[in-house]
Write a protein that binds this ligand. Structure first.
Ligand code: GLC
Length: 510
C-alpha cells in the first residue's frame, strides 16, 4: 500500500533501537539489504499455519513469513504441518498424496502419509496419521501431546529423506518441533545430507517448553543416551531446552523479548540456558500479512477505508455499536480488548480499574475466551454496565475484524508478550493501541509525542499507570486534529514482513 511509505514510526527504527546485543544490532541493521543470490532451500516445521489451521499467533507467522521469503525467487520455501482433522476442508480437497512410510516412535512404528499443496508460492506438506491428528475440538492439550509431536518431529525428517528435499536451512518453531532439531543434530548426522543442514529454532513463547517425565526419554522419544545432558532439565525431558542447546541459531519474536528471557521473571526457568547460549540468540520482530489485514479490501468490514480517507471507519463504528447494543454515538471513544483471556495478557490490570473507566463517558468492548475467572468477570461487568460495556466470549475472526475497524482505542496491557500481533493489526485499522512496554509491544508501539509515535504506552505493571495512560488517550481522542495525526501514524507504520524477512535471510546466510 502506498501509504506505508509516509513518514512514520517504523518497525525498522524500533527494531534497531532495541536489539539486544551490539553484534545483533549491527547484523539486523544491515540485514534487509542482504538477499540470497544463490538458490536456498528453506523448510519450516511448525504445528499450525494460516489459512490451513490456526489457533494463535504462530499460525499467523507461519502463514506469512514463508510467503514473504518466497517473494525472493532464489528462496525455495516449504512448510511441513500435521494433517489435523480440523485443517480447512476446502483447501484439503486440493492436496495431493505423495508417499507413505513408517516412523519410529519409541519402540513402535507408526504410519505417516504425506500430502502436498502449493499455496502462494510456498510448498506445504502435511503429515497424515489419524491416530494422532484426528481429534475432536482443539489441536493441543491431549494427554499424549508428547507422543504426537515426537511422531511429527521425526516424520518431518523422514519426509525430507523420502522426498529427497534436503534443505539448506531447517527452521523449527516452538516445542512441538524442537524434537526435530534434537533428532537432526543428535541422531541423523550419520547421513551426510542431514549433516549439511543448518538449523534455526524460533521461540514464540518460552512459557511452553514441552516438558515430559524422564521415563519418556528413550521409550517415547527414542533419544540416544548421549543426548541426556542436552535434553534433560530439572529431572525432566525439556524439548525447548534441547533445541536451544543444539540448534545452530536461536531466534525469538522481538528484540525486547530476546533481552527479557535472560531474566527469571520471563524465562520460566530457562534463564541460565538462554544466557549460556546468548551468542547465538537473535530477536527479530514479527510482521503481519498486510494484504490479509487491509482495511481497504477486508471483506469482513462494514465499510472499507484507507489511511488517507478514514470516513468509512465511522460507518464501521456505528454498525459495531448497533450490533453490540451500544448507543450509536460518534463522539464516544470505543476502547477494545481482543485477547485470549489468560493472566499474562494483563487482564488483572483491567479487572481492577474497569469500573472507574466505565464511570467515564466511554464504551468498552471485549472479545475473547480463556480462563473461566476472566470469562465470568467480563460477562458480569457487561451485564452491570449495559449500554457501556459489551463482552463476547468467543474466538471469532469475523467479529474481531469488525471490532478492529469499528473501535477507536485498542488496549493490550500484557504482563509478558513475546511479540503480539493484535496491536499491529489494530494499528493498521486505525484503532490506536495502548500497550505496556514489554516484548514486541515495546518494539512495535512508540508513545505519541506530537512529532512521532504511533500509540500510547506505560512501563510498570501497575493498574493506575494503565488507567492514567488510557485517560491520556481519551483526552487526545477528544482533540480531533491531534487524533487524526496519531491515527494516521498508526495506520501507516510499516508492520509488513518486508524488513524482517530480510533479517531472517541474513540469519540463514550466517
Ligand atoms: C506466541 C506469542 C505471541 C507472538 C506469537 C507469534 O503466541 O505469545 O506474543 O506474537 O507467538 O510469534
Amino acid at each position: 500500500m502506498a501509504t506505508t511509505k509516509k513518514k512514520t514510526t517504523t518497525s525498522k527504527t524500533t527494531t534497531s533501537k532495541t536489539t539486544t546485543s551490539k553484534t545483533a544490532t549491527k547484523k539486523t541493521e544491515k540485514l534487509p539489504k542482504i538477499k540470497f543470490t544463490e538458490r536456498k532451500k528453506i523448510i519450516f516445521l511448525g504445528s499450525e499455519a494460516a489459512p490451513f489451521i490456526a489457533t494463535g499467533g504462530l499460525a499467523d507467522v507461519l502463514g506469512s513469513l514463508p510467503k514473504a521469503l518466497a517473494k525472493n525467487k532464489n528462496n525455495d520455501v516449504s512448510v511441513i504441518l500435521p494433517l489435523y482433522s480440523a485443517v480447512n476442508q476446502e483447501l484439503r480437497a486440493k492436496f495431493t498424496f505423495m508417499t507413505s512410510f513408517n516412523v519410529s516412535v519409541g519402540w513402535r512404528w507408526q504410519y505417516a502419509g504425506v500430502f502436498k499443496y502449493v499455496y502462494q508460492g510456498v510448498t506445504f506438506y502435511f503429515i497424515d496419521n489419524e491416530y494422532y491428528f484426528k481429534r475432536e475440538g482443539n489441536i493441543y492439550g491431549f494427554y499424549d501431546d508428547g507422543e504426537r509431536f515426537a511422531f511429527f518431529s521425526r516424520a518431518c525428517l523422514d519426509t525430507i529423506a523420502r522426498l529427497n528435499i534436503y534443505p539448506d536451512i531447517l527452521h523449527c518453531n516452538d516445542w512441538q518441533t524442537a524434537g526435530s532439531i534434537i533428532y537432526l543434530k543428535g541422531m541423523y548426522y550419520g547421513d551426510e545430507n542431514f549433516r549439511k543442514i543448518k538449523s534455526v529454532f524460533t521461540i514464540h513463547n518460552i512459557e511452553y517448553q514441552g516438558i515430559f517425565g524422564m521415563d519418556t526419554f528413550e521409550s517415547l522419544f527414542g533419544f540416544s543416551a548421549n543426548l541426556r545432558q542436552l535434553v534433560e532439565f530439572d529431572g525432566n525431558v525439556n524439548l525447548m531446552k534441547g533445541a536451544i542447546e543444539m540448534s545452530d541459531i536461536v531466534s525469538t519474536v522481538s528484540p525486547t523479548y530476546a533481552k527479557e528471557i535472560k531474566y527469571s521473571f520471563f524465562a520460566h526457568g530457562l534463564e541460565n540456558i538462554i544466557k549460556r547460549n546468548e551468542q547465538k540468540i537473535y530477536g527479530i520482530l514479527n510482521g503481519i500479512d498486510i494484504d490479509y489485514y487491509n482495511p481497504e479490501t477486508d471483506k469482513f468490514l462494514f465499510k472499507n477505508y484507507t489511511a488517507e480517507d478514514v470516513s468509512g471507519k465511522a460507518i464501521c463504528k456505528a454498525e459495531l455499536q448497533k450490533m453490540l447494543n451500544l448507543p450509536v454515538r460518534e463522539d464516544v471513544p470505543i476502547i477494545a480488548v481482543i485477547s485470549r483471556l489468560v493472566s499474562h495478557k494483563g487482564l488483572d490490570l483491567i479487572r481492577s480499574t474497569i469500573e472507574s473507566l466505565l464511570s467515564q463517558d466511554v464504551q468498552v468492548v471485549i472479545l475473547g475466551k480463556g480462563e473461566i475467572v476472566y470469562e465470568n468477570f467480563f460477562t458480569h461487568i457487561s451485564a452491570n454496565y449495559k449500554g457501556k460495556c459489551a463482552t463476547v466470549i468467543a474466538f471469532n475472526q469475523d467479529l474481531s475484524r469488525k471490532i478492529y475497524s469499528g473501535a477507536d482505542i485498542f488496549l493490550m496491557p500484557s504482563k509478558m508478550e513475546p511479540c503480539g500481533l493484535s496491536q499491529m493489526i489494530a494499528s493498521r485499522y486505525g484503532t490506536v493501541a495502548i500497550v505496556r512496554e514489554t516484548g514486541g509491544l515495546n518494539d512495535s508501539i512508540k508513545p505519541y509525542t506530537g512529532s512521532e509515535g504511533n500509540g500510547f504506552t506505560f512501563h510498570d505493571y501497575n493498574a493506575h499507570d494503565m488507567l492514567y495512560t488510557i485517560n491520556e488517550a481519551i483526552r487526545t481522542y477528544k482533540d480531533k486534529n491531534v487524533w487524526k495525526d496519531v491515527q494516521y501514524r498508526a495506520m501507516t507504520t510499516d508492520f509488513s514482513w518486508k524488513v524482517q524477512a530480510g533479517e531472517y535471510e541474513s540469519l540463514y546466510k550466517k
